[in-house]
Design a protein around this ligand. Sequence first.
Ligand code: DX5
Ligand code: ZN
Length: 234
Amino acid sequence: MARPSVRIAPSILSADFARLADAVAEAEAAGADAIHVDVMDGRFVPNITVGLPVVAALRRVTRLPLDVHLMIVEPERYLERFVEVGADILTVQVEACVHLHRVLQTIRGLGAQAGVALNPATPPVAISQVLGDLDLVLVMTVNPGFGGQAFIETMLPKIAEVRRMLDEAHSPAVLEVDGGIAPHTAPQVVRAGARMLVAGEAIYGAEEGVSAAIQALRTAAKAGLRESETPTSR
Ligand code: DX5
Ligand code: ZN
């Protein structure tokens, strides 16, 4: 089967941490494309979540790519260890990197995919000099730190701008969005050019259950994709 053109990455931040293996298994069975792991240090963001041992434990229970989002200061200190324990995609926050180019090269050199995340207040130009060194750009659609926050509508033109930058550079990098993604926001972000959707509350907080929630997101994403592929759109 061909790879779906919009990937869905459930964020385990909204799952029950006492039964993470079950949460991941449910997502995998429902056709999730990756598992998004939010690493927070209480310094870059006002919250502390999980770190290396949890990524290692998740690696043992799933074959899905682990999409590890580092919301930590000085991420360069931990890159090697995160790749060693099983991160497939390692995303750093651009605001936390003094030497972004070096960080991205290090991640690729370790054999992982290199991602960069932009906070809502950070303009796309922050990554303009490293487009060739990236495998993924993550546009934050909330201020990082917590699950369940409201989608920031004004990020839509920014997603479109990043899309243009990547297309103009002929970059194959994946454009991911994270924060407040749900069936009602998914079509808009996909229309703007996103091709990988992170969702926490909309999946693990969904009353209808993980499987139905993933299907609902996929349906919404496909609707956005159909619209963005009409000749008049872009
Ligand atoms: C926020 C995290 C997100 C979070 C998204 O700082 O980076 O990955 O889990 O949660 P929702 O989808 O609930 O907004
Ligand atoms: Zn995240």
